[in-house]
Each structure stands twice: as structure tokens, then as C-alpha cells.
Design a protein around this ligand. Structure first.
Ligand code: PLP
Length: 471
């Protein structure tokens, strides 16, 4: 109610389509949440639009965790002393919470890592590519997935990529399904894709997991950009491996992620070394060692036993709001943002904003990439736009977002151009502007990403900022 009154009195002067999203106007829940838990945003007049980069923590999460730390004597796990036991218990509780949260308690192991990249590295390092291995990826993948191809080829495996449709950046189904049917007799085939793109916001089809599995593939689902605003139910979709970074879901703590591994394929991961905490027996005399046969096998040395319990606090926090409610909220905010951006036109009718990837608000998340057009219809230089956004206290992101495949599709970069680029880089210090000259066009784009903390003020501020580019 409060919001509706404010709107009528002109609180969102830059928004023309807000009446199409009545829930955003009248629901006081997120309005109150923002005021109570995220007041730092409004106190510092900050428009935060980088939720795919990192989520924001609520004040309650910090208070609960600090109180726990203040009241507990926590020691290094791996011992029976009381401080060690308390840490072990808290970590165990958190692991149980993570598995319950993703509905994988019976069927999955949860390995704590330092982030999603470290989770993906375990798969790269330990998947048996050396034994008739092959890897299939979509062009839309974060570099921490792309990088697994180096493990694959160094162990004698091969890899291939599935292209995306230029117009919506979704996977080319014909090519994908042909690839999934290839190599029926290969022994170790890994298909890796993101549940949601960290660049275009596209939600890739999770039903392809089963299709791949039915054709003998193991599936690595990169969930880093998906789980902040979507429910991942491991009973409904059951990839062999799933990677997560927790700060992307609830902001605090940073430095913790996990790899979820289906128990039925746990034995497939061949760890090439051992470390403290990962073994039940090591002999210096004989050179023998036994690795643990559960998550401990991959948690090298001392785990982050002070911060891991804050992951339980974070997941409890998200549960207290409800992931479905978060999903609905972010979907509506995204619809409004795209509608407002698309309605901005220069005086000659030229659209200001060119939204790349899907323009419709279905099967997509709250990550939007775009370029700005000048009145003459040329792509504006996003370096300058980023600088101006920084000056306006707007946090957005520009560039290729560690996802070069999407950019190669969007910017129509040919193999020959990529190779020219690559040999230039081998000979020179990296210099983006020179590379742009070499290619004859800009690469990359501008990205804004929304979260459940985003509110109408943020969208209003951002659309107001964009209006400044209208001629
Ligand atoms: C889809 C996706 N995968 C993997 C990563 C890597 O996550 P981290 O940097 O936390 O290791 C990111 C980070 O932005 C991402 O968005």
C-alpha cells in the first residue's frame, strides 16, 4: 500500500510500465525487508545491479553468525577435543542443511570447496578423461567450466562445443542432440553446461540432463548463476556433478562453495594425490595410501570451519523468505526492467537499448546484457558508460564476464579472427583497446543483474541513468 501511494506521488518518475506489475507495487514484504536488512543500500544511495557477480547479505545473517562466534570455542576439526568436536558438529549440520536444501540427502555427497571454480576443478582433475574420455560443452559456459577442457586434452581426451542461436543465445538443439548421440561406445563422456547463463540470463533446458544420461553421458551442471533465484531439486534433475558458490545466493560468507556429487558415480572421480584430512591411511615406508570414500576425500587440509556454519545461516535465511517467492519477485523485476529498457527511444525513433539474448521474460533469469545505441544507430563505447555508472553510484559490470563463447557468438567472431586475436596477444601485452582496433568492432557488453533485494527505486534510478543517453 505504502508503495502505491508513493508511486502516485511520483516516486518512480522514470518508470512507465510499472502498472503492469501490480505485485511489485503493492507487496510490502520486500519493501520492509530492504528497509530492515539492507538499509545500507539506501543510506549510501547505492544502486546495486550486480547480483550475478555477488549476492548481498542481510544484517540478520551477520548478527546470527557473529553471535555464534562470540559465544563458541571453535577449534580445528579432525580431533576429539571439545572445541574440535563443536566445529565438526557445526560443519556436519551445515553439510546436512546443504543436502536437504537441494533435496539430495540420500543420493549426493556434498564436498565443501572455496568456490564454484574449485568445485569444477575437482571434476576436471579427477574425471577419468584418460580412459577413452570426451567432453561436450555449450558455447555458453563460464571459463571455470571451459578450463576443464585442458585437463581433458592433457589426459588424451577430446572435446567439442555446441553453438547457440544468435537471436536468443539458447543452445542449438539440433546440434546438441546430434552431439549427444555421437560416440555411443565412448567410456567416459562428460556434458557440461550452466543451469542459467551468467551472461544472458538464459535458463538452459534441464530436461537435457536426462536425455544426455540416457545416451551414456555424465552431466556436470554449473549451478552458480541458477541457485540464487531458483530451486534446484536434485530428485527432479539429477546431474552427476553440480557446482555452487554460496556468496552468490546470500552474500556472506565469501570463500565457500560446494561440489555435489551423485553417490552412484563418486567412485569415478580418481584423485591424483592426497592431502591431510583426505586419507584414512598413509605409509611412508611402503608408499601406500587410502583415500576416504566420502566428501573428506576431496576436502584438502583444514576446512574453513569458522565460515562454513554461516552457510547454514544463509540457507536458513533464504528459507525464511522462500526461494519460490524470490523467483517470482526477480522474474517480475526482470520483466519490468526489460520493458522499460526496450521502450527508450532516441528522438528519431532509434532504440537506445539493444538487449542481447532473450527479450521475452520466459525461461530466463534476472541477468540482462545489452549495448546502447547512439542516435545514429552505432554501438556506444561501454567503457564510458561504465565510468558514468560508477560516478552515479550504480554497480553494474561490462566486458565478457568470463564467458568468451557467448561473446564470440554475439560479436560474430570467426575462427580466423579468434586466431588473429590470440597471436596478437602472444606477442603483446594485453591491451583491450588495441584488440578492438584489430577486430574492427567492440567486444563485450553491459550487464545488469537483479536479485530479491532489488526494488523499484533501483530500476527507476537505472532507467533515469539510461535516459541521460537519449538524443
Ligand atoms: C555460471 C558461473 N559459473 C561459475 C562461476 C565461478 O564462480 P566463482 O568465481 O565463485 O568460483 C561463476 C561466477 O560468476 C558463474 O557465474
Amino acid at each position: 500500500m505504502i508503495l502505491k501511494q508513493k508511486h502516485k506521488s511520483g516516486a518512480f518518475p522514470h518508470l512507465s510500465a510499472v502498472e503492469n506489475y501490480p505485485d511489485l507495487l503493492v507487496d510490502p514484504f520486500f519493501f520492509n525487508l530492504r528497509k530492515k536488512e539492507f538499509s545500507r543500500l539506501d543510506e549510501s544511495n547505492h544502486t546495486y545491479l550486480d547480483f550475478t557477480g555477488g549476492g548481498l547479505y542481510a544484517e540478520s545473517q551477520l548478527n546470527t553468525h557473529f553471535q555464534q562466534l562470540q559465544q563458541s570455542v571453535l577449534g580445528n576439526p579432525h580431533s576429539t577435543n571439545p572445541s574440535s568436536q563443536l566445529s565438526t558438529n557445526r560443519v556436519d549440520e551445515t553439510r546436512a542443511k546443504v543436502l536437504e536444501y537441494f533435496n539430495g540427502t540420500e543420493d549426493y555427497e556434498c564436498i565443501f570447496t572455496s568456490n564454484a571454480s574449485a568445485a569444477l576443478k575437482i571434476v576436471g582433475e579427477c574425471y577419468p578423461f584418460y580412459d577413452d574420455g570426451h567432453m561436450l560443452m555449450t558455447y555458453d559456459n563460464h571459463n571455470s567450466v571451459n578450463g576443464i577442457r585442458e585437463y581433458c586434452t592433457s589426459k588424451g581426451g577430446s572435446y567439442e562445443y555446441c553453438k547457440l542461436y544468435m537471436e536468443n543465445l539458447r543452445a542449438d538443439k539440433d546440434q546438441l542432440y546430434r552431439s549427444l548421440l555421437k560416440y555411443p561406445n565412448k567410456k567416459n563422456k562428460l556434458f557440461a553446461f550452466p543451469a542459467q547463463s551468467n551472461v544472458s540470463g538464459v535458463k538452459h533446458q534441464l530436461s537435457d540432463i536426462k536425455r544426455a544420461q540416457d545416451n551414456g553421458w555424465d552431466v556436470l551442471l554449473d549451478c552458480a548463476a541458477y541457485v540464487p533465484t531458483n530451486k534446484l531439486d536434485l530428485k527432479e534433475v539429477s546431474p552427476e556433478f553440480a557446482s555452487v558458490s554460496f556468496y552468490k545466493i546470500f552474500g556472506y560468507p565469501t570463500g565457500i562453495g560446494c561440489l555435489l556429487v551423485k553417490k552412484s558415480v563418486f567412485h569415478k572421480l580418481k584423485k591424483p594425490w592426497f592431502a591431510g584430512g583426505t586419507v584414512s591411511f598413509v605409509s611412508v615406508n611402503t608408499g601406500e595410501h587410502f583415500l576416504h570414500n566420502n566428501h573428506e576425500k576431496f576436502e584438502n587440509g583444514t576446512i574453513n570451519y569458522l565460515d562454513i556454519p554461516a552457510v547454514k545461516i544463509g540457507l536458513d535465511w533464504i528459507d525464511s523468505i522462500g526461494i519460490d517467492k524470490i523467483n517470482k519477485r526477480v522474474t517480475e523485476l526482470t520483466g519490468l526492467m526489460i520493458e522499460e529498457m526496450s521502450s527508450l527511444k532516441h528522438s528519431n525513433g532509434q532504440c537506445l537499448v539493444n538487449v542481447l539474448g532473450p527479450k521475452e521474460n520466459t525461461n530466463r533469469g534476472g541477468t540482462i546484457i545489452f549495448n546502447l545505441n547512439t542516435v545514429e544507430g552505432k554501438v556506444d563505447n561501454y567503457f564510458e558508460i561504465e565510468k558514468a555508472a560508477n560516478n552515479a553510484n550504480i554497480s553494474l559490470r561490462t566486458g565478457c564476464f568470463c564467458n568468451p563463447g557467448i561473446d564470440e557468438i554475439m560479436s560474430c567472431v570467426s575462427n580466423e579472427e579468434s586466431l588473429r586475436y590470440y597471436s596478437f596477444m602472444e606477442e603483446h601485452e594485453y591491451n583491450y583497446e588495441k584488440l578492438v582496433v584489430l577486430l574492427g568492432r567492440m567486444r563485450g557488453a553491459i550487464r545488469v543483474s537483479l536479485g530479491y533485494v532489488t526494488d523499484l527505486k533501483d530500476i527507476n534510478n537505472f532507467i533515469g541513468f539510461l535516459r541521460g543517453y537519449l538524443k
